[in-house]
Each structure stands twice: as C-alpha cells, then as structure tokens.
Design a protein around this ligand. Structure first.
Ligand SMILES: [Cu+2]
Length: 131
C-alpha cells in the first residue's frame, strides 16, 4: 500500500515538474528580453534632439522633429553667452546660457517655431514640428 502511494506521488511530481520546466524557462527568457528592450528603446514620444550654439549661430539653424520631442540647446562657445527666445509666442526668454549650459523645451504640437537669441537678435533659429 505504502509503496503504491509513494509511486503515484513521485510520478505525479515528475509529470508536474517536467511539464512546467520549459514554459518557466521561456517566460523568464521573454521577461529578460522585454526588460532589455525597454532599457534600450526610449518610450514613444520621448525623442530627444540637440541644437548646438557655436560661432554665434544655432546649429542646425532649422531643426525638424516629431511631436513630443524634447530639444536641448547647448552653448558650445568658449566665452560668449546666449539665450533661447521664442519672442513671437510671447514666451519668456531663457536664462543666459554660459558655455556648457543647456536649455530644454518639449514640442507637443505640430507647427513652425521661430526663435532668436536674446542678446544677439541676428542669431535666428527655427524648430519645425511635424508627424
Ligand atoms: Cu547669442
């Protein structure tokens, strides 16, 4: 009696263990892969773009991006400070950016966004946002 019961229990355990092993392995593999992809790929609508400020100019002068993109202006001059001023939208001028400093703005809506440098009105740039 006791032998029979032991056999049936061990058989059931083997079946259960054998059946679960493969799906568990693939579930763990899928989880690992999806976690890696999540770390590598930025979430949709979280794109980044950069405008350098160098030699008294915004580079590129016209930047084309998709809605949801965050633009970072970086002052790459040695000495000169600049600002980012969306004057036509009546937005406040950015702080003066000293060499190495940055300014960021996220553009959610399609459109054309001209801007200039506060202390140097001849320094012009445009952000073009389109799908
Ligand atoms: Cu400037």
């Amino acid at each position: 009696m006791s032998n029979l019961r032991d056999d049936s229990v061990s058989t059931r355990q083997q079946r259960g263990g054998g059946g679960l092993r493969a799906p568990r392995f693939f579930a763990a593999l899928l989880l690992t892969v999806s976690l890696c992809l999540g770390a590598i790929m930025p979430a949709a609508g979280a794109e980044m773009a950069e405008v350098a400020i160098e030699k008294m100019a915004f580079v590129p002068q016209v930047l084309k991006i998709k809605p949801g993109t965050t633009v970072t202006w970086v002052n790459r001059e040695k000495r000169t400070n600049h600002s980012v001023f969306f004057e036509q939208e009546n937005l406040p001028e950015s702080d003066r950016l000293f060499p190495g400093e940055t300014y960021q703005r996220t553009f959610e809506k399609s459109g054309t966004y001209p801007y200039r440098c506060g202390p140097h009105p001849e320094m012009l740039g445009v952000i073009e946002v389109a799908e």
